[in-house]
Design a protein around this ligand. Structure first.
Ligand code: FES
Ligand SMILES: [Fe+2]
Length: 335
């Protein structure tokens, strides 16, 4: 029996619930010896070399409606809106006439109107204004910024594989003082889970981690982590797989247990410098839940699986991870 099969067998129960024995936080097995900085660093370096085609995820699809939405990506102010057909448009937020912030404009019959003198932008090139390539993957909105990315541009972004069939999604966005790589490095350290987030994880074990090699095929470049998500004293044991399909994306996929096929995509997008001159980065976290259980949509409401993430109960988890990333940034910028 495979390692994974063994785990499945161990955990296969008719109910995904488990009552967790009370475990003292300080009595857990320390993980610092396994969490070798060289392994995390090598995984980070490999992720940083993967191509992005200069695409940046900057918002959840559903936050962009038929009104202007402003965002800063890599120090570039962009404005996004949808036209009458729901097509996503993204372009510079500075009006080419006298510089008004187009994110404070109005969308009328699918066109963006500048608030200062009424310049009307239909989404094409107009009056020196030029749209950026935009992409809507149904969960996230992306913009391609070739001057910021500096890579070979591609027609579409690298969107991680998502669950097929019935699925529900929710997107959270937080901004911290760090660089995108700090956010990715945090996720490439699965060993901190049960120590740093005892309110969410228990019985975390890193079953396999990629070696500290500089070169490794993407298929082999993953961490396999049996973990129990818990909500109060109830726990849902799953096996999670972490991989980095790009330099600013981490995917956690449930590969065994309740909600198999569900993914949590973490996108780290540079925002630009803050008023203090330090970099700001946005963490855009998309939870895309999937279950083969019948009545999945109802099940989502009733069962713990990944639903607490979708309800926003994971806010603390993500705030703490952002604090980790900010701390990492401070420590390395001192050094
Ligand atoms: S500043 Fe936009 S139309 Fe004048
Ligand atoms: Fe974490």
């Amino acid at each position: 029996m495979s390692k994974l099969g063994g785990l499945t067998a161990k955990w296969a129960k008719s109910s995904p619930f488990k009552v967790l024995p009370r475990e003292q936080w300080a009595r857990q097995r320390p993980t610092y010896k396994d969490a070798e900085p060289a392994i995390i660093d090598a995984a980070l370096q490999r992720s940083q070399r993967r191509p992005t085609g200069n695409w940046y995820a900057f918002a959840s699809s559903e936050t962009i409606r038929k009104r202007p939405h402003g965002a800063s990506v890599g120090g570039v102010e962009v404005v996004a809106w949808r036209d009458m057909d729901d097509t996503l448009h993204v372009g510079p937020a500075t009006c080419p006439h006298l510089g008004a912030d187009l994110a404070t404009g109005t969308v009328d019959c699918g066109a963006l109107i500048c608030p200062w003198h009424g310049l009307r932008l239909e989404g094409g090139r107009e009056f020196g204004w030029k749209p950026y390539p935009a992409y809507d993957d149904g969960v996230l909105a992306w913009v391609r910024l070739d001057r910021i990315g500096g890579e070979e541009p591609t027609d579409v972004p690298v969107v991680p594989a998502r669950p097929e069939g019935a699925s529900m999604h929710a997107v959270t966005r937080l901004v911290g003082t760090c660089e995108p790589s700090d956010i990715i490095a945090n996720r490439l350290d699965p060993w901190h889970g049960a120590w740093y987030h005892p309110y969410s994880f228990a019985h975390l074990d890193v079953l396999s981690a990629p070696p500290a090699d500089v070169d490794l095929a993407e298929e082999q470049d993953r961490f396999l982590v049996p973990v129990t998500f818990h909500i109060g004293r109830f726990g849902v044991p799953v096996v999670a797989e972490f991989s980095a399909p790009g330099p600013r994306t981490i995917v956690m996929r449930i590969v065994d247990g309740e909600g198999t096929g569900s993914v949590v995509e973490t996108h780290a997008t540079p925002v630009g410098p803050g008023p203090d001159g330090l970099p700001r980065s946005a963490v855009i976290e998309a939870v895309i839940a999937h279950s083969d259980r019948p009545g999945f949509v109802h099940a989502l409401r009733a069962r713990p699986l990944i639903a607490p993430f979708m309800r926003g109960a994971a806010a603390r988890l993500w705030r703490d991870d952002l604090a980790y990333a900010e701390r990492r940034y401070r420590v390395r910028s001192r050094g």
